[in-house]
Design a protein around this ligand. Structure first.
Ligand code: FAD
Length: 245
């Protein structure tokens, strides 16, 4: 891994709005190397006066897409880096990145067992890389995604997830914690043990869980998964930020 983490200059080749607060940036990389789904890149922005800021962003795309990566960035209102990436960057801009980084929160087709993915907000990003890889590599691994968002409009990748549900056997469950559209049939509360039990029932094989999102959600879910009987060594977690929401 160490050999691959030289800084390189990425070029922004496409921008896509995912929600009102979330944008996907496609970056073309001169020294692209295949990542393992779940890994991230560091982004380093340097101002003309030399001041620089560095943050980590998970790769959203699958490693089968060569030469480029997608990063999906949620705008944190008073943040230093995310508002710049979401609001200021235009196609053709260049900035430094290094990666892929991380060897623990990763999944690929070589790993046995079924997949239980639990996301809060933008925590869905590395899990999406896993699902895109699973689909693109044609792997039959049973997979379930439990995705907690505040409102329906804040669901990232909604249309693509729905397609994966229909065509690729993904068990997709949403919980909308703040507001629900009329006629909503999904969950409407914070993730709890009963919900975890329901979404993980009959997944088959040995379950491997990946949990990503705000720290508080990750802790509740990891503890809950242990309480419902999943051994700690089969639960992998990634925390995105200090927010307790
Ligand atoms: C391994 C890893 C992978 C990550 N992948 C992604 C990703 O794919 N997409 C993504 O959008 N973010 C991701 N993050 C979070 C990202 O690195 C930044 O922390 C985030 O974009 C905020 O940076 P900022 O400079 O805008 O805010 P900052 O200037 O760092 O913080 C501004 C304020 O917001 C608070 N804050 C910081 N981060 C968050 C947060 N996530 N939620 C709520 N409040 C926060 C801070 O405490 C502070 O008060 C990842 C983090 C890690 C560690």
């Amino acid at each position: 891994m160490k050999g691959t983490i030289e800084w390189q200059i990425a070029t922004v080749t496409a921008l896509r709005d995912e929600t009102s607060e979330v944008k996907t940036l496609t970056l073309s990389l001169p020294n692209w190397t295949a990542h393992r789904p779940g890994q991230h890149y560091d982004v380093r922005l340097t101002a003309t006066d030399g001041y620089s800021a560095q943050r980590s962003y998970s790769v959203a795309s699958e490693p089968e897409r060569t030469g480029e990566i997608d990063l999906t960035v949620e705008r944190i209102g008073d943040g230093e880096v995310s508002p710049y990436l979401d609001d200021t960057v235009v196609v053709g801009d260049r900035f430094e990145v290094r990666g892929p980084i991380g060897g623990y929160f990763v999944w690929d087709r070589s790993i046995d067992g079924s997949l239980l993915l639990v996301a809060g907000g933008s925590g869905v990003v590395p899990l999406m890389a896993m699902l895109r890889h699973r689909a693109s590599a044609g792997v039959g691994t049973p997979a379930a995604l439990l995705y907690s968002a505040r409102t329906y409009d804040q669901i990232i990748y909604g249309a693509e997830l729905d397609m994966l549900r229909r065509s690729d056997g993904l068990r997709l469950t949403y919980t909308l914690t703040r507001a629900q559209p009329p006629g909503w049939k999904g969950y409407a509360r914070r993730i709890d043990d009963a919900m975890l039990r329901e979404v993980s029932a009959n997944l088959g094989g040995e379950v491997l869980a990946y949990v990503c999102g705000p720290t508080a959600l990750v802790e509740v879910v990891a503890d809950g998964l242990e309480r419902i009987g999943l051994p700690a060594e089969r639960i992998r977690t990634e925390r995105f930020g200090p927010s307790g929401t």
